[in-house]
Design a protein around this ligand. Structure first.
Ligand SMILES: *[C@@H]1O[C@H](CO)[C@@H](O)[C@H](O)[C@H]1NC(C)=O
Ligand SMILES: *[C@@H]1O[C@H](CO)[C@@H](O)[C@H](O)[C@H]1NC(C)=O
Length: 461
């Protein structure tokens, strides 16, 4: 805890001192580039300008080179130590994860994009190496992309009317084989999420080295709504995903094909039933009959189904961790969204619980209480609980620092930040909100991973 606070203090002192005598030199952690930026691009001695996103480049400690296109890449002072290739399967013991009977920390990042943006194996390796260099052990990624019309990126299932076909080829599960191999080559294990509550997402498209955000509104990207629309008719209630026998059978078929392929794969840590399941999806179409038990029953059935295929890997829901406390003044505690975190943790075929930061609440003081309340549930059920998605865009170092302090002091099992970013062969992996090597948050994450692994007695490579 103290170590983290000191690091943040040091970073701000360093910034202030450098600002004092730099007119044309940008201080460490200062801005040095970006699409509408007009200031100096020269970083203070001992630091280098790194692209964080198309709109913001930052001076980070280290040395580096400037490419002909003006894109600068850094060789930061962070040292990546090769980690042993994963073998064996991660299990749980009380509130902890274990590997071969020894403590295994779950700390790392999300990267939904690593398997879905046509990256080759070299870029996948760069992406995972950047995450591994923070001391991370785990990456959460998407094991779904439902399409009705293939549109040039990897997809794992395509639909022709009501007939789904799992894509086993090079743009399908063979691509996911590469994702798993690249993660493993960097000593990382994957949490793989098998469908999505959401369908309308902003997607970054990279073309010829220029970056722009294209709101593709890919109704096909998501998951649940594709099943429901293709099988039951367009505009059918989202929550029929959890109850309609035809839909459940189709999802089980996909799960069966995907999970069976990797039953003996140590590079996978866990399967997740869905990203952020709720009664409501991206549109307002609901049946009006979905309540918390609807998703609890579905989660019990689907998790038992996965266990019947694959007894090696852990299973979780992948939900946001809403509590069921009607009357509580805070929305995400009121039990109105279809998730009862404590009831779901009781399901015997679910190995650990997850929660995400909240879109509906301010970062703090909500955040630290949200963490400690989930740590209380963790202790009550004696199962691991991880904060598996959190990503804010203001005052990140201070807010994440306070959350990491709380995770350590409340003894929460682990956490995965949203989300990792890398400078790849054609530029930054993602234009928004990612944690790029050398950034202040990346440095903080590195400190945090070491602190969490030291707490658990998991040797830091
Ligand atoms: C699922 O939806 C189909 C199509 O609307 C319907 O025929 C079937 O009865 C539904 N099944 C259940 C169990 O609700
Ligand atoms: C979870 O299980 C425990 C032990 O059986 C029980 O006391 C508790 O009420 C259950 N919690 C929920 C929310 O169902």
């Amino acid at each position: 805890m103290k170590q983290l606070s000191r690091l943040r203090l040091l970073a701000s002192i360093l910034t202030c001192i450098t600002v004092a005598f730099a007119q044309t030199t940008v201080p460490v952690f200062g801005q040095c580039g970006g699409q509408v930026y007009t200031g100096s691009t020269t970083c203070a001695a001992g630091s280098v300008c790194v692209v964080q996103n198309p709109f913001y480049s930052q001076c980070v400690p280290g040395s580096g080179t400037v490419s002909a296109t003006g894109t600068k890449t850094a060789t930061t002072t962070t040292v990546s130590t090769p980690t042993a290739t994963p073998s064996g399967f991660v299990k749980t013991s009380g509130i902890h994860f274990t590997l071969a009977g020894k403590p295994f920390s779950v700390v790392g990042a999300n990267s939904y994009w690593v398997g879905l943006m046509n990256y080759g194996v070299a870029d996948m390796n760069t992406a995972f190496a950047d995450i591994a260099a923070t001391g991370a052990t785990v990456v959460r990624t998407w094991g779904f992309n439902e399409v009705t019309q293939p549109d040039g990126v990897a997809f794992y299932q395509s639909w022709s009317g009501s007939t789904p076909t799992v894509n086993l080829g090079a743009t399908g599960l063979e691509n996911f084989d590469n994702v798993v191999a690249a993660a493993k080559a960097n000593g990382l294990r994957l949490i793989v999420t098998l469908t999505n509550n959401w369908y309308s997402i902003f997607e970054s498209i990279q073309q010829a080295g220029t970056y722009f955000i294209l709101n593709l509104q890919r109704s096909d990207y998501g998951g649940m709504d594709v099943y429901v629309n293709q099988l039951l008719g367009n505009g059918s209630p989202h929550d029929f995903f959890y109850t309609n026998a035809t839909v459940i059978a189709a999802y089980k078929n996909y799960v069966h094909t995907f999970v069976s392929r990797y039953v003996n794969e140590p590079g996978i840590l866990a399967w997740e039933l869905a990203n952020e399941p709720r009664c409501q999806g991206s549109t307002s179409a609901t049946s009006g009959t979905c309540t918390n038990p609807t998703i609890t029953n579905w989660a019990a059935e689907l998790s038992a189904y996965i266990k019947s295929i694959d007894s090696n890997h852990l299973v979780a829901i992948g939900d946001e961790g809403f509590f069921n406390d009607p009357g509580n003044p805070i929305f995400v505690y009121q039990g109105s969204l279809g998730i009862d975190f404590d009831a779901n943790l009781n399901i015997s075929t679910l190995d650990f619980g997850t929660f995400h930061d909240s879109w509906d609440e301010p970062a703090n003081p909500f955040g630290t209480t949200w963490i400690s309340d989930h740590a209380a549930s963790m202790l009550a059920t004696n199962k691991p609980v991880i904060m598996e998605e959190f990503g804010i865009t203001n005052d990140e170092v201070d807010v994440y620092g306070s959350w990491y302090d709380e995770i350590l002091s409340a003894d929460l099992t682990g956490d995965l930040i949203w989300q990792a970013g890398s400078i790849l062969s054609n530029g930054p992996s993602d234009p928004g909100g990612a944690v790029y090597p050398g950034s202040a948050v990346y440095v903080l994450d590195t400190q945090h991973a070491a602190a969490l692994r030291a707490r658990d007695g998991d040797p830091v490579a």
